[in-house]
Design a protein around this ligand. Structure first.
Ligand SMILES: *Cc1c(COP(=O)(O)O)cnc(C)c1O
Length: 412
């Protein structure tokens, strides 16, 4: 396939080659990224991309869907089995679209929604004023406790009693601790709210048994398929049967046209991979690696937000090193370590600068790294950030990062 591309479009072919080299030779610590399997990539790069399949299996608007119907049926069945859900919609093109589908199905414009503060770990689609969610719905927000830097369920309950939201959203994009879904259910029941869990980040941990499953507690669960779940880039919605018709109508024709059948097939492949016993070992290793990385970074003098991690990610307070998140991200990029700057709770710095880094271990664990390598990575990060303006130190770290990656290459 790659040679065909090389012949017809050498420019794009070269870009793909160089991106593969970048992924193979530098350390990937972005908490929302992973390395999909060659099987997922094969399904995604297939002729299924040619098919128009507006509608749902066995109820399509165009002909010729008998074969691809089987792919979507399998994806739905596998998603339901993997998470123990009554109904699944596997068509959302992304996590943001999955959330949009839920809001469109279950809310009216102007309805009140309680979600997590964006500057303390919530997602853009949980009420940011620059996002459709913040423009069309009336969001109010809970944060983390000032001293523990963890969710404070008593405070969330008080806010819910005051605000009487129609829907409560649990789930985050930068929260390193386990989420207590039973506590959220109790709060939602007390105030008569729907409970939606946005499990975008932790879906793979849930599938692999390394985080509690929200499905028994939530009315609706959305997730992305490309983060810890390690599938193709995309989204999905799980719900109770009573919401199935409304959810399906909201996704199509409510907000999307034809589904990406090549991606739906790749989601089915990923669900199958995640149902295997090896994936349970993978999820457990991701969490062990995150703890090991957080501990080792703390040993070098970094402050770990909330004192540690229960999942695949951590938030690092960089102020002890007197570098901003922006500078740290840039200098680690030079040093061959890919990260993202991230606001920490009550961050004094501006959102584009920040005082923190968000690091995750889903990708490096897929590449085969273990706790020993996490200690080495922490050392590399500390060395780079102690000499953030010394290009010879950064070059030396880059060399060591490359040597480490040569033993753990995701796409040899
Ligand atoms: C990543 C993420 C999303 C959005 O996923 P996209 O596929 O980037 O649209 C939604 N919610 C949460 C909590 C996320 O972390």
């Amino acid at each position: 396939m790659q040679t065909l591309l090389e012949q017809s479009d050498p420019q794009i072919s070269d870009i793909i080659d160089r991106e593969r080299i970048r992924q193979n030779t530098t350390i990937q610590l972005i908490a929302s990224e992973n390395f999909t399997s060659p099987a997922v990539i094969a399904a995604q790069g297939s002729v299924l991309t040619n098919k128009y399949s507006e509608g749902y299996p066995h109820k399509r608007y165009y002909g010729g869907n008998v074969v691809v119907d089987e792919a979507e049926d399998l994806a739905i069945e596998r998603a339901c089995n993997l998470f123990g859900a009554e109904h699944a919609n596997v068509q959302p093109h992304s996590g943001a679209n999955a959330n949009m589908g839920v809001f469109l199905a279950l809310l009216h414009p102007g309805d009140k929604v309680l979600g997590m503060r964006l500057d303390q770990g919530g997602h853009l689609t949980h009420g940011s004023p620059v996002n459709f969610s913040g423009r069309f719905y009336d969001f109010c927000a809970y944060g983390v406790h000032e001293s523990t830097e963890q969710l404070d369920y008593e405070e969330i309950a008080n806010l819910a009693r005051e605000e009487r939201p129609k829907m409560i959203i649990a789930g985050a994009t930068a929260y390193p601790r386990a989420i207590d879904f039973a506590a959220f259910r109790e709060i939602a029941d007390e105030v008569g709210a729907l409970l939606m869990v946005d499990a975008a980040h932790i879906a793979g941990l849930i599938a692999g048994g390394a985080h509690a499953n929200p499905v028994p507690f939530a009315d609706i669960v959305t997730f992305t398929t490309h983060k810890t779940l390690r599938g193709p880039r995309g989204g999905a919605i799980l719900c109770r049967d009573q919401y199935a018709t409304a959810i399906d109508k909201a996704v199509f024709p409510g907000m999307q046209g034809g589904p990406l059948m090549h991606v739906v097939a790749a989601k089915a492949v990923a669900f199958h991979e995640a149902s295997r016993p090896e994936f349970r070992d993978y999820a457990a290793s991701v969490v062990l690696n995150a703890s090991a990385l957080a501990n080792a970074l703390a040993g070098h003098g970094f402050r770990i937000i909330s004192g540690g991690t229960d999942n695949h990610l951590m938030l690092v307070d960089l102020r002890p090193f007197e570098v901003t998140g922006k500078v740290a991200q840039e200098c680690l990029d030079v040093a061959g370590i890919t990260t993202n700057k991230n606001a920490i709770p009550n961050d004094p710095a501006k959102p584009f600068v920040t005082s923190g880094l968000r690091l995750g271990t889903a990708a490096v664990t897929t590449a085969g790294m273990g706790e020993e390598q996490m200690v080495e990575i922490a050392e590399l990060i500390a060395t780079a950030l102690r000499s953030a303006d010394d290009s010879s130190v950064l070059a030396a770290v880059r060399e060591q990062a490359g040597a480490l990656c040569s033993k753990f290459t995701p796409y040899p």
